[in-house]
Design a protein around this ligand. Structure first.
Ligand SMILES: [Cu+2]
Length: 420
C-alpha cells in the first residue's frame, strides 16, 4: 500500500466544478445555518427516508404527546387545586387506568418501531440490486434478467423489478405494472415483456432486487422509490486521533490522511468543517464504506447521507450510501475520542463519474501506482469508461452516467458558497 502523509496534494480543483454547478441550481449546501432547526438537506434516498421518518412519524407523535400532557397538567392545575377541590378523594390505584397508561405507550412504540426497524435494516444491509440496460431495435419486446440472488433475497414480487424507458433525448418514462408484464418471479430468470417494442434509440433499464429505498412505507411515495444497486466502489475509513485515513482498494489501494483545515486557510463558515484532503466519490454509485479505528472509537458521520457509523479498533463496520446529487458535504467525528475530537471533520465531494476517474488517475500517478491495462479495465466505474470498453459499458450504464456525461466539467476552483 502506497502511503502519503497529509498536505502533499490539494483537494482536487476540478472536482469543485460539480459543487459549483449544484450551488448555481439553488440547491442548499450541506452546512448548518444560523438559527436553523431543520435537518440538513438529504442527498440520498436513505436520508430522505430518515427525514420522512422524522417529519411525519416522530414529530406528530412527539407533538401529540406533549399537547396531551400539557392539557392534563392544565386540567389538574385548574380542576384539582385546593380552592376548586377542597375535599380530595382518598383512593389510590385504578386497574383500568393503569392498564391503559401502560398499553397505549406500548402501542405508540410499536408504531414507531414499524418504521424505525425498516429504516435501520436498509441502512445496515448492503444493497444487492442489479441492472441491465438494453438498446431498442424497433422489434424486441422481451428482456431477461438473472434472478441469481441468495434464496432470501430472490426477486419474488412485482415491486422488486423497476422498468424504465429512456428516450434518445435522455428523458425517461417510468413504468410500474402498466406497459409491461413480468414472468418468472421467484425463478432463475425474470422476463420483462414490453407491450410495445422499444423504438430505435430508446433504451430499457431494468433494475431488480429487494433493496428498495425511498418508498416511505404507508404514506405513498412509491413513485420515488428505487432499487439500490450493489456497491461498485469501496471506501475504507480509518479513524485516528485526530484525523481520518481514507483508502480506495478498488484503484490500487492508495490512501491519504484528511486533516481539519486550519482556521487561516478557510472561511469562518467552513472552519471546523473543511478538511485539507476531501474524500471524492462518484455521484449515483453505491459506495460501500468500511470503518475501523486505529486507536480509540471514532464515528464517521455524514448527515446528508444519513450515515453515522462507529470506527472501532479491532473490528470492521460496514455501511453504504449512494449520493444522488453532486456537491460538497460535511460531517464530523461523532464519538468522543479525545481532546481534539472536535477537530476531525469529514469532507466528501460527490462528483461526476468523469471527474472521479480523472481524480483517481491523478492520485494513481502521484502515488506511482502501476496499473496494467487489464487491472484498469477491471476497475469499477472507471474501467467501463475506457474507450475500448464502450461496448461493455452498455451493460452497466446508469442514468447518472448519462446525466453526468452531459454536464461538462469546467475547471474552476472556488470556496463553496453558502446558499439557502
Ligand atoms: Cu474521533
Amino acid at each position: 500500500m502506497k502511503h502519503l502523509r497529509t498536505g502533499l496534494f490539494e483537494a482536487p480543483a476540478v472536482a469543485l466544478a460539480g459543487a459549483l454547478s449544484i450551488l448555481g441550481g439553488g440547491a442548499a449546501l450541506a452546512l448548518p445555518e444560523d438559527k436553523g432547526v431543520a435537518l440538513v438537506p438529504a442527498a440520498s434516498k436513505v436520508a430522505e427516508e430518515i427525514h420522512f421518518f422524522h417529519n411525519w412519524i416522530l414529530m406528530p407523535v412527539i407533538t401529540g404527546i406533549s399537547l396531551f400532557v400539557l392539557a392534563l397538567l392544565l386540567w389538574i392545575i385548574i380542576r384539582f387545586n385546593a380552592k376548586a377541590n377542597p375535599k380530595p378523594q382518598q383512593f389510590s390505584h385504578n386497574t383500568l387506568l393503569e392498564v391503559v397508561w401502560t398499553g397505549i405507550p406500548i402501542l405508540i412504540l410499536v408504531y414507531i418501531a414499524l418504521f424505525s426497524f425498516d429504516l435501520l435494516y436498509k441502512e445496515d444491509l448492503i444493497p444487492d440490486g442489479k441492472r441491465i440496460v438494453a438498446e431498442g431495435d424497433g422489434a424486441a419486446t422481451t428482456f431477461t434478467i438473472k434472478n441469481d440472488f441468495p434464496e432470501s433475497r430472490r426477486v419474488v414480487r412485482p415491486e422488486h423489478v423497476i422498468v424504465e424507458i429512456e428516450s434518445p433525448a435522455g428523458d425517461r418514462r417510468l413504468r410500474r405494472g402498466a406497459g409491461y408484464s413480468l414472468a418468472g418471479l421467484g425463478e432463475s430468470d425474470v422476463t420483462v415483456t414490453l407491450k410495445q417494442p422499444l423504438a430505435v434509440g430508446e433504451r430499457v433499464v431494468i433494475t431488480a432486487g429487494r433493496s428498495l429505498v425511498g418508498a416511505n412505507g404507508l404514506f405513498g411515495g412509491a413513485e420515488n422509490a428505487e432499487i439500490a444497486l450493489a456497491p461498485s466502489v469501496t471506501l475504507k475509513v480509518v479513524g485516528n486521533q485526530w484525523n481520518w485515513t481514507y483508502a480506495y482498494p478498488d484503484f490500487g489501494d492508495f490512501d491519504f490522511i484528511s486533516n481539519m483545515m486550519p482556521k487561516e486557510k478557510t472561511t469562518p463558515a467552513l472552519y471546523r468543517f473543511e478538511v485539507d484532503n476531501r474524500v471524492v466519490v462518484p455521484v449515483g454509485e453505491t459506495v460501500r464504506v468500511t470503518t475501523t479505528g486505529s486507536d480509540v472509537i471514532h464515528s464517521w458521520a455524514l448527515p446528508n447521507f444519513g450515515i453515522k457509523i462507529d470506527a472501532v479498533p479491532g473490528r470492521i463496520n460496514e455501511t453504504w450510501f449512494k449520493a444522488d446529487r453532486e456537491g460538497v458535504y460535511y460531517g464530523q467525528c461523532s464519538e468522543i475520542c479525545g481532546v481534539k475530537h472536535s477537530a476531525m471533520p469529514i469532507g466528501v465531494e460527490v462528483v461526476s463519474r468523469e471527474a472521479f476517474c480523472n481524480w483517481v488517475r491523478a492520485r494513481q500517478s502521484e502515488y506511482g501506482i502501476e496499473r496494467t491495462e487489464e487491472q484498469r479495465r477491471a476497475e469499477p466505474v472507471c474501467g467501463a469508461m475506457m474507450p475500448a470498453a464502450v461496448a461493455a459499458a452498455d451493460t452497466s450504464l446508469t442514468f447518472a452516467e448519462a446525466e453526468s456525461a452531459q454536464s461538462e466539467q469546467t475547471p474552476a476552483a472556488a470556496e463553496p458558497a453558502k446558499v439557502n
